[in-house]
Design a protein around this ligand. Structure first.
Ligand code: C5P
Length: 218
């Protein structure tokens, strides 16, 4: 593999995407937010009132769905849906959609295609273990569930003042549980991944730790 490939995994709200995006801009490489892809499909399904228990219907919709991530934007059927995919409703349903085999196969193919022949940093749940197992560097970004819930709460409260911190912490825990116990490509820390606990660290500190690792190991 001649291009630079960095995998970033970790649970919800650990700060993966903020950190990966900053690293991408510092190193002038492509950032790929795989969570945004699962969210985009979930947005479409909810918008079309599809029953999320109806797997064959979801697979039908999937066949007719185009998802792409480029220039830091998520595209659903050719349209940018950056803001639409961040609602609490989508956060609370995305893990149900993301555990479907056919959904994962399609999105993983897209993810691998984008990273082929490009220098990339990709974040998600199964990047080091499944999508890009040959990545040059693998990071596992973590924080306590309380801290991760707090970060999500501070993001969501700006749009929805009715949410409570304890509900958000609980929702983050439920999502982690589904993501890390599902049958196909569950969230795991691979043996070769460098784990970074961001609980008491600022974003700048974490970015610097990653940049130092990258500089020393590439
Ligand atoms: O990263 P983000 O929190 O936006 O991801 C949303 C959801 O998408 C995760 O909770 C998980 O269910 C799913 N996901 C996944 N595999 C990935 C990235 C995200 O299953 N590589």
């Amino acid at each position: 593999m001649s291009n630079l490939v960095i995998a970033v995994d970790g649970p919800a709200g650990a700060g993966k995407s903020t950190i990966a995006k900053l690293i991408a801009s510092k190193l002038n490489i492509i950032y790929i937010d795989t969570g945004a892809m699962y969210r985009a499909l979930t947005y479409k399904l909810i918008n079309e009132n599809i029953d999320l228990k109806d797997i064959s219907k979801i697979i039908d919709v999937l066949k007719d769905t185009e998802i792409d991530f480029k220039n830091n934007h998520i595209y659903l059927d050719g349209k940018i849906v950056d803001d639409k995919i961040r609602t609490n409703d989508i956060s609370n349903n995305v893990s149900i959609v993301a555990r479907i085999k056919e959904v994962r196969e399609k999105l993983v193919n897209i993810q691998r295609k984008i990273s082929k022949n490009n220098d990339v940093i990709m974040d998600g749940r199964d990047i080091a273990s499944h999508v890009l197992p040959d990545a040059n560097l693998k990071f596992y970004i973590n924080a306590t569930p309380k801290e991760r819930g707090k970060r999500r709460y501070e993001e969501i409260i700006k749009r929805d003042p009715s949410v409570s911190l304890s509900d958000i912490i609980q929702e983050v825990k439920v999502r982690d549980e589904i993501d890390s116990t599902r049958e196909i490509s569950p969230l795991i820390k691979t043996k070769d991944a460098i784990e970074i606990d961001t609980t008491d660290k600022s974003i700048e500190e974490v970015v610097q730790v990653l940049l130092d690792y990258i500089k020393d190991n590439i």
